[in-house]
Write a protein that binds this ligand. Sequence first.
Ligand SMILES: Nc1ncnc2c1ncn2[C@@H]1O[C@H](COP(=O)(O)OP(=O)(O)O)[C@@H](O)[C@H]1O
Ligand SMILES: [Mg+2]
Length: 312
Amino acid sequence: MTYVARIESLASKIRDEVAKVVIGAEKLTDMLFIALLSGEHVLIEGPPGTAKTLTARAFAKSLGLIFKRVQMTVETMPADITGFYAYTLSGQRFFRKGPVFSNVLLVDELNRAPPRTQSALLEAMQENQVTIEGDTYKLPRPFVVLATQMPLGAVGTYALPEVMLDRFSIKLNTAYLEPELEKEVLNKTDTIEAFPVAPVSTEVEILSLMEDVRRVYVDEDLVRYIVNIINYIRSHEAVELGPSTRTSVHLYKLSRAYAALNGRDYVIPDDIKELASYVIRHRIKLKPQVEVEGLKAEDIVAEALENVEVPH
Ligand SMILES: Nc1ncnc2c1ncn2[C@@H]1O[C@H](COP(=O)(O)OP(=O)(O)O)[C@@H](O)[C@H]1O
Ligand SMILES: [Mg+2]
């Protein structure tokens, strides 16, 4: 089997496993998978009870990866994430690893954590390592952070700073289900609680596919297309702070994984178009006056996709 066929088939198996317990999350699952293959992190935003935690758990389990979860509160300390030094009764110092030592780390309600704790995560997310009292520890690979946040403005939440938001390759939104699908959740309640998700992959396979996905071809015209979209947004009059270069890099990497997931070993413009909003919207800061007028970051992305010339 070619690497593309292996990625396509694994994506479909993971979708099926997750669907055993989560209703209506196929798209979300695909997005998590391409982020994982790209070695990048994901932010999931939505109201409580919309299966954010459930989806993350099912996804990690289906991959056969080590999954840890940490609930953020106003009192969460950096050590609650990274770990800390402790002493045995005989006075021996040892390192107690925190939940960050995992493959898939679910950080629930990231925006409730105080800034100091948020920044402890930054090193982990960017360098794949943590430093405690001057000692540096490598994290397992793959390492992906799935962070959830409640919609902004909820009580007791901090807005995530731009440097933090920029680390997330995509932002996904969860919402309440259509009544028909919600009925399905109720009818499947016992199955969902039994959590019959089986591992269909391994750490070794994922690491090898992460290597393979780099072979997906991205034509120079498409590289330029990505840069042109980002630049269109940066120079837009409604934008105060535009997307970073890291945004372009993420769009490039995720497009390769998305192409493979769709059975191709080359990227097409539609891959980029379909991912653009997920990758870009959380990294656009609009000018306050246009925000008041109701303009949204999504609108600017849509405008860019309409106006930037598509290569053919
Ligand atoms: N799409 C869904 N599919 C299956 N169960 C769901 C779905 N949405 C909500 N639920 C139910 O709601 C519960 C809470 O979901 P959870 O993942 O904890 O929500 P969140 O993390 O978004 O607050 C689940 O355990 C499940 O019973
Ligand atoms: Mg939750």
